[in-house]
Design a protein around this ligand. Structure first.
Ligand code: LER
Ligand code: MN
Length: 272
């Protein structure tokens, strides 16, 4: 099993990004802790030096399995389902602007909160139509570059659109693109899925990326999720991607990152 951890390239409010701040020292620490990769949260590719990030990541021997895009929602309010067509267009353009870096690093582009929420006065089916159309446009732009997108079901406390994996699978059916899959996050699944393992199994090969945090969103091992069962089930779907830590920097980022990977590596499934 390969492990990565979320690292924000810019200041952000999102609390479960374990590492924030200076890129180079963080990359150094993450590599030293034994992670194989970093999942980079990038609000706007125009605000970062992609060439320099790529150089530093390679220097520290790290892969970039995924790019998180949700800060464009959290900090700027961009979304695929905003009633304002300009905001929707900007969200699509922003997603497409991640494609060159994703193509160079082999990263999956994550669609988390960038999908938005059903805003007051907007009909739910209208929001779904906007979401499907936006994803189709982004997938079509990504396909020639060999880039894949992963929609993340997110719990009810953060969005009203696509809370569980079954809804995610139905969305994939509507989008109808081979380069569109799902990101399954144990924190959200613990809230929304009737039986986490059954839901993972039902996704088969449509899981493109995987987030781990324990039930309390601390590092794996700090709560009550059964990671051995969950990760074994994930492996049984044929998943050979990266398992990415997205948990609170508690008691501090280094301790959380170190304890999280130590716990995951101690599981029998880690050897598979
Ligand atoms: C992002 O990966 C996530 O899990 C959400 O909780 C973002 O708010
Ligand atoms: Mn997540």
């Amino acid at each position: 099993m390969k492990y990565s951890i979320v690292l924000s390239t810019q200041p952000a409010q999102f609390q479960a990004a374990t590492f924030k701040g200076g890129l180079e020292p963080n990359l150094q620490r993450i590599a030293a802790l034994g992670y194989a990769g970093v999942e980079l949260a990038i609000r706007d590719p125009r605000l970062v030096d992609a060439g320099e990030i790529e150089r530093l990541v390679r220097l520290h021997g790290l892969a970039v399995p995924a790019i998180g895009t949700g800060q464009a929602w959290g900090e700027e309010g961009l979304s695929f389902t905003d009633p304002d067509p300009e905001v929707r267009r900007a969200a699509i353009e922003r997603t497409i602007s991640h494609i060159p870096f994703a193509a160079r690093t082999g990263a999956v582009i994550i669609i988390g909160l960038l999908r938005g929420v059903v805003k007051p006065g907007v009909d739910g089916s209208q929001a779904m139509d906007w979401l499907v159309a936006a994803l189709q446009q982004c997938c079509a732009a990504a396909r020639p570059h060999g880039v894949r997108l992963a929609l993340e079901p997110i719990c009810r406390y953060e969005t009203t659109l696509i809370n569980n994996l079954a809804q995610g699978l139905e969305l994939l059916r509507q989008v109808g693109a081979a380069n569109m899959g799902l990101l399954a996050d144990t924190f959200h699944m613990n809230i929304e899925e009737p039986v986490i393992e059954d839901s993972i199994r039902a996704c088969g090969d449509r899981i493109f990326h995987f987030h781990v945090a324990d039930s309390n969103r601390w590092y794996p091992g700090a709560g009550h999720l059964d990671f051995e069962r969950i990760l074994n089930t994930l492996l049984s779907t044929g998943y050979r991607g990266t398992v990415s830590g997205e948990f609170m920097p508690l008691p501090d980022a280094d301790t959380a990152a170190q304890r999280g990977i130590a716990f995951l590596r101690s599981l029998p499934s880690a050897a598979r």
